[in-house]
Design a binder for this molecule. Structure first.
Ligand SMILES: Cc1cc2nc3c(=O)[nH]c(=O)nc-3n(C[C@H](O)[C@H](O)[C@H](O)COP(=O)(O)OP(=O)(O)OC[C@H]3O[C@@H](n4cnc5c(N)ncnc54)[C@H](O)[C@@H]3O)c2cc1C
Length: 418
């Protein structure tokens, strides 16, 4: 080890750092993992609502990689070394079998993110990894293109042959990922693409949307409109919240919507009946009205649509028919209502920000990473993993699979070094 304190120092005890540390230590190399929190895997514990959507069970690599629009070409190499099947095998070998749910999302059979953390700890322990928690790395020192040491918050300097940066991106900074790695990399001369919140809920100032908080509607179409043009259209489930809208469909639209917002105002339009034409819907409403001429609209319309959403729509100022008796509603008013159900608009004001984001759109530019072994193209003894790399992806287990792949490839490479 040429008088170094450790063979390898891993900075950051998230999923990518932990799997890397375990693999790096499997041939007897002395490995240290440094984590600034008291516990490892603070963010991992929150994943999948505490159940951990650990990967996406798309076993065809080509199809899997279609989910990484800005980085597909970089990922063939690491995925040929550690892909989705390897993730299943790895966790199975640790006694944590996985199950597959809707949209190919895979979870531990135990439904517990804490179990994933515990198994990774067992994996590290069986490979003699030393854990230093409650300690932050505050700087990295290099000489002639080689990283020499890191300085810890305790003032201690640790030397090693290899260094692994696994400090995460900027999403959910309350879990420890506060962008320290980006600062180190910038200082070392790397290019850091500016980070924006990604996979994040959208906000609106329309009070009626806020009033629907907690309601989800499993089949609707949402369009994002700018300058009277539909810029993005998606079909699926939307969740209304006290600040705006969320749910996988919205989260996965956030990056594009944010880009639109940079150019001007964006309006969302929801079609509550995407598989029914306006004429068809009007006929259904007419039929319903004809059967209930003496009832209030608000007591009848819930036959077609959730009561809460129905009441909010009927109370909108341009509809205003909540208390009206059906036989008082003329054809034009009815058609107006039909139109509203097919085109419910509200302004999008922004995103909920990093605190509520699943990932960040930004990080070290992938061109500066050698994806054959996950080393920096500037420092051959510096490894870069997980969220620190600027790789965009949707929700559904793709983020964690990137951690398992990049972490395992780096760790295995380190373990084979002389
Ligand atoms: C609420 C939420 C739910 C999510 N759910 C899913 C899901 O179900 N499926 C999925 O695929 N992805 C999910 N993600 C994304 C996933 O959690 C991340 O992609 C993943 O955690 C990134 O792992 P990482 O190892 O790169 O970094 P992180 O998990 O961010 O870990 C980095 C670690 O480095 C430590 N650190 C930072 N700076 C220093 C320093 N200077 N010194 C020492 N330690 C430091 C931090 O404290 C942290 O523990 C979710 C994210 C969030 C926020």
């Amino acid at each position: 080890m040429n008088n170094k304190d450790f063979d390898t120092v891993v900075i950051g005890g998230g999923p990518s750092g932990m799997i890397c540390a375990g693999f790096a230590g499997r041939t007897g190399k002395k490995v240290l993992i440094v984590e600034k929190n008291y516990v490892l895997g603070e963010k991992l514990k929150l994943t999948g609502g505490g159940r951990c959507n650990i990967t996406n069970a798309e076993f065809d690599t080509e199809t899997f990689l279609n989910n990484f629009p800005n980085a597909k070409k970089f990922l063939y190499s690491p995925f040929s070394k550690f892909g989705v099947q390897d993730t299943f095998d790895f966790f199975e070998s640790l006694g944590l079998p996985l199950v597959i749910e809707a949209r190919k999302r895979a979870f531990p059979k135990s439904q517990s993110a804490q179990d994933v953390i515990d198994k990774l700890k067992v994996f590290m322990k069986s490979n003699n990894v030393t854990i230093k928690n409650n300690t932050a790395v505050i700087s990295m020192e290099q000489k002639d293109g080689v990283i020499k040491s890191v300085t810890l918050s305790s003032g201690e300097k640790i030397t090693a042959n290899n260094f692994v940066l696994a400090t995460g991106g900027l999403a959910a900074p309350q879990t420890g990922s506060t962008g320290d790695g980006f600062k180190f990399l910038k200082k070392l001369g790397h290019t850091i693409d500016k980070s924006e919140p990604d996979i994040v809920p959208l906000t609106t100032d329309a009070p009626w949307v806020h009033s629907l908080s907690g309601l989800d509607w499993s089949f609707m179409e949402i369009s994002f409109i700018q300058e009277n043009k539909v810029k993005l259209k998606k079909l699926g489930k939307i969740l209304f919240t006290h600040f705006g809208i969320s749910g996988p469909l919205v989260l996965n639209s956030a990056r594009e919507v944010k880009q639109l917002l940079a150019n001007g105002p964006v309006t969302a339009s929801i079609d509550l009946f995407p598989d029914t034409s306006e004429t068809e819907l009007d006929k259904r409403i007419l039929k319903l009205f004809e059967k209930n001429t003496n009832s209030k609209v608000k007591n009848v319309l819930p036959e077609l649509i959730f009561k809460n959403i129905c009441l909010e729509i009927l109370n909108l100022s341009d509809i205003n028919m909540s208390e009206r008796i059906i036989n008082s509603i003329n054809k034009e008013e009815r058609k107006n209502l039909t139109k509203k159900l097919k085109n419910l608009t509200f302004p999008i004001t922004g995103t909920l920000g990093f605190d509520h984001a699943v990932s960040s759109d930004g990080g070290i530019n992938p061109k500066e990473v050698n994806f054959n072994n996950m080393t920096s193209r500037l420092y051959p003894n510096l490894y870069l993993l997980g969220d620190i790399i600027h790789i965009n992806r949707p929700s559904g287990g793709f983020s964690l699979q990137l951690c398992w792949t990049t972490g395992a490839v780096a760790g295995k490479h380190i373990s084979t070094l002389a």
